[in-house]
Design a protein around this ligand. Structure first.
Ligand code: HEC
Length: 114
């Protein structure tokens, strides 16, 4: 009897491992950066995490609702430096790894307005 309880506990312990989910173990499973565009992928990130400050009349330099003002920060290197290297933009929250990969891929592809 005692043995079977111990065996049962052992089996339960084994099955509890199945609670591990793939996302926690291996990170986000679907971060596809093979065909990103500014409109579909980058702009939503900028809108969600940047334009609260980087807007016309805002507290931060540049109006990032305006592509050319955002692109100016890409071209002078400050975008990559602050967002991808120092990672201190946005200052009040943190971008997910997938968002960072999308922004990196966008830069690598020439930061197109597509
Ligand atoms: C809470 C407000 C706030 C948010 C949100 C924010 N920023 Fe900023 N950002 C600032 C302020 C204020 C400065 C100027 C002071 C400084 O350089 O730290 C700045 C500076 C920068 C600079 C340097 C500009 C220059 O001319 O030197 C870049 C690039 C930048 N932010 C990009 C971003 C990006 C991209 C996001 C979104 C992913 C973002 N920021 C989100 C407030 C913000």
């Amino acid at each position: 009897m005692k043995k079977s309880i111990i065996l049962l506990l052992f089996i339960l312990t084994m099955f509890s491992c199945y609670n591990d989910n793939e996302e926690e173990l291996y990170g986000p499973v679907s971060c596809d950066v093979s065909a990103i565009t500014y409109t579909a992928d980058v702009s939503p990130i900028i809108d969600a995490y940047c334009v609260s400050c980087h807007t016309s009349g805002g507290t931060a330099p540049g109006d990032f609702t305006n592509f050319s003002e955002l692109k100016a920060k890409v071209d002078n290197g400050t975008f990559e430096n602050r967002v991808l290297i120092q990672k201190n933009m946005p200052p009040n929250s943190q971008l997910s790894n997938c968002d960072l990969e999308i922004l990196q891929a966008w830069l690598d592809n020439g930061a197109l307005n597509n």
